[in-house]
Ligand binder design. Sequence first.
Ligand code: ACO
Length: 431
Amino acid sequence: MANDTITLTNNNDGRSAEFSLRSGTEGPDALDISSLYKDMGVFTYDPGFVSTASCHSSITYIDGDEGILRYRGYPIEQLAENSNFLEVAYLLLYGELPNAVQQAEFHGIIRYHTMIKETLKNFFDGFHYDAHPMGVMVGVVGSLSAFYHDSLDINNPRHREISAHRLIAKMPTIAAASFKHNIGEPFMYPRNDLDYCANFLHMMFATPCEDYEPDPIAIKAINLLFILHADHEQNASTSTVRLSSSSQANPFACIAAGIASLWGPAHGGANEAVLDMLQEIGDASQIEKYIAKVKDKDDPFRLMGFGHRVYKNFDPRATIIRKVCHEVLNNLADSNNPLFELALKLEEVALEDEYFIERKLYPNVDFYSGIIYRALGIPNNMFTVMFAIARTVGWVAHWMEMMADPHQRIGRPRQIYTGASERDYMPLDQR
Ligand code: ACO
């Protein structure tokens, strides 16, 4: 870095001031404009935060041009190949891979917290049977603060840690209960002899009437998808969790806010939307028609599962999932999955099309994840819930990091006001 400051001059009033550049360990420098208004009397304007860093963070690093994603310095490819979801959760929360003792202790703690209060189960009855499971998740997770008063002091690091453990442990239980409510089956209690992903499958697919043994292929696939979805630095839902927590709100309410943000089809809701889209397209003969719709400026249609704010060459998670998709579908004797064949064809056509090339639009993590979930028997409306279970780890890691940051302040963006200037109130009979 040649200079560690940038001088800005306001050509309207001649005011000039120097601003320092902040460097991280990797990635572009950031201009610290926190004194801009005081020094120059102007705000910055950056809708969608395209050029704005909102915090320092040491959790996840992304280089969108190079297709790099690392959790705490470890490449996602290595974690996907060698790790398991709870180990990744520990890494994201505490910054280091656990040793054997720490691993055993962490697994024990998460298992200990998997049950939800019996009275919390009554909440599910308040939802209509066909409520979208994400709607149920927002409500039930938000309500946890009413049940766990003993760990709600956000200024106490130990309380924060207990809340983080509770959220990670209970999320699969609540998610599976949302599914069971939806299909009218009894809730299944967690089985603490099973690992995290196997236990989740048990709560989803077991019934009190017969034994159920989760399929090892399904456990492996879920473990991998959860690792890939665990964190992605300052995305919309994580930023939502950070912004809502900045007012010192309780963590359960803030994670519920994150779930609500994740639900949107431009974010985590894309995995459900991809499957809906593939089903709508139907077969390869219709692809041209849908590519034409994408290009039609009067048509709001977008290829779901394509494009990313940060990745402009490829999404490394999509590369991993695409490969695993083949393996899972082959092993589940579902190699002739027509939706997967259609997705491959759609990807091929889009990647050769000028529209997508010009705009650097590539398949993202969610283009293939739904196909795997579906092959495992998980219905479309649970896909984003699966994402929420995994991302809870990232959300709580960011929340813990933020709450321990002495520089954290309430988030309070400014605006460019475009409304009416001052005017006098008119009595009704004069309007
Ligand atoms: N299909 C067709 N065109 C697209 C797509 C798409 N999926 N995504 C972007 N474009 C086009 C836009 O129309 C725009 O074209 P224009 O310049 O002619 O107006 C250009 O590409 C830039 O798009 P923006 O919307 O400005 O890009 P932004 O970074 O704001 O949005 C986003 C990123 C939301 C992911 C977008 O690509 C999208 O809507 N994708 C589909 C939904 C999706 O898959 N979301 C999951 C993201 S990954 C995740 O959250 C886990």
